[in-house]
Design a protein around this ligand. Structure first.
Ligand SMILES: [Cu+2]
Length: 291
C-alpha cells in the first residue's frame, strides 16, 4: 500500500523570488502598513525562511457525486441551474481538493501575530464557500449570507465554544472568533441539512486548503523539522515529516486511497454523519421550522 512518499528539492531561484516579493510587501502606500507591522512581529528572521509546497492525490474510484434536493429553496436551486450534484471527495485527474494541510508539530516554541484580515465564509446558493478553511485563534471569522433566504450557522467544536445563530436576511455578516487550536470544527446549517463546512484553528499562519488541482503552499516557514498533517472530511488524516531549509522549497505529497473511505477516522467536533445528505433538518432550527 502506497501511503507515504516524499521528495525534497531545492528551488533556490523561486525561493529567492518569494523572499524578494515578501520583502517588497510593506513598502509604498499606506494600505500596506498593517502588513509591515505584522511582518515586524514575526518571531523569526524571515530572511532565513524556507518553504513547503505540495500536492494531495487520490488513488482509486471516488464515490459518485451526491444529488442535493434544493427544491425547498427555489432561489438556491436557480443559482445552480438545477446542477445541484456535489462531490464529497473532489477529485480531478487524481488530485484531491478541500484537504486541510497544516504544520502540526515543530512551531510550539514560537508565537505568531494574529492576522488583521478576516477569513470569510460566504453562503452562496445554499452552499458554504469555501468548503474548508483555516483561521488563527483570535482571528476574525466572518460568516456572510449572500442568499435571499434564511440560513443559520451552527458550529460544534469540542475544544472551543460552540455558536449557533441565524441570518434571516441577505447580505448579513456575523463575526466570530475561536480561542484555541482545533482541527477541525464542523459548521452546518440547521435549515438546509446538506450545508456543511469545516474550519481549522491553528496557532500559526501555516495552514491551507488544497485547490482543485490538489495543490497547497505553506510559504515562509522558519527553518526546522516539521510534521505536516493533511485532513479530509471523509478520508481522515495523514502525516508527513519535512525539513525546511533557508531559501529552499521542500515538496510534500500525500496520497489518500479509495480504501480509506471505509476505515478513516476523522477528527472532528460534534460528528456529522457523512452519509446524511438529505434536506431534512438535523435539529430543530431556531425558528421551529421542522419540515
Ligand atoms: Cu442554510
Amino acid at each position: 500500500m502506497r501511503t507515504r512518499h516524499r521528495t525534497a528539492k531545492a528551488a533556490t531561484g523561486l525561493a529567492a523570488l518569494l523572499v524578494l516579493a515578501g520583502g517588497v510587501v510593506g513598502c509604498g502606500d499606506d494600505d500596506d502598513a498593517p502588513a509591515q507591522a505584522a511582518q515586524a512581529e514575526m518571531p523569526f528572521d524571515v530572511a532565513t525562511a524556507g518553504h513547503v509546497q505540495g500536492m494531495v492525490m487520490f488513488e482509486g474510484t471516488p464515490p459518485p457525486p451526491v444529488s442535493l434536493d434544493m427544491s425547498s429553496e427555489p432561489e438556491c436551486d436557480d443559482h445552480w441551474n438545477g446542477q445541484t450534484q456535489r462531490e464529497e471527495v473532489a477529485v480531478q485527474d487524481g488530485h484531491l481538493a478541500n484537504v486541510f494541510v497544516y504544520v502540526k508539530e515543530g512551531l510550539e516554541d514560537l508565537t505568531f501575530p494574529t492576522p488583521q484580515q478576516a477569513v470569510v465564509i460566504d453562503q452562496v446558493g445554499c452552499a458554504y464557500t469555501p468548503h474548508v478553511s483555516g483561521v488563527m485563534p483570535g482571528q476574525t471569522l466572518t460568516l456572510r449570507n449572500s442568499d435571499p433566504v434564511m440560513h443559520n450557522v451552527n458550529a460544534s467544536p469540542q475544544v472551543n465554544r460552540p455558536f449557533n445563530f441565524s441570518q434571516p436576511a441577505q447580505n448579513m455578516e456575523t463575526n466570530r472568533t475561536f480561542t484555541s487550536p482545533e482541527v477541525m470544527i464542523p459548521l452546518r446549517c440547521d435549515v438546509h441539512g446538506w450545508m456543511q463546512a469545516y474550519v481549522g484553528v491553528v496557532a500559526h499562519p501555516y495552514h491551507a486548503a488544497t485547490a482543485q488541482a490538489g495543490t497547497f503552499d505553506l510559504s515562509e516557514l522558519p527553518p526546522g523539522d516539521y510534521v505536516i498533517e493533511a485532513w479530509h472530511p471523509r478520508l481522515g488524516t495523514q502525516e508527513e515529516q519535512v525539513t525546511v531549509e533557508t531559501g529552499q522549497t521542500a515538496e510534500v505529497s500525500f496520497t489518500f486511497t479509495e480504501a480509506m473511505l471505509a476505515t478513516a477516522v476523522v477528527p472532528l467536533g460534534d460528528p456529522i454523519d457523512p452519509h446524511d445528505h438529505h434536506s431534512h433538518v438535523h435539529h430543530v432550527a431556531p425558528t421551529g421550522r421542522t419540515r
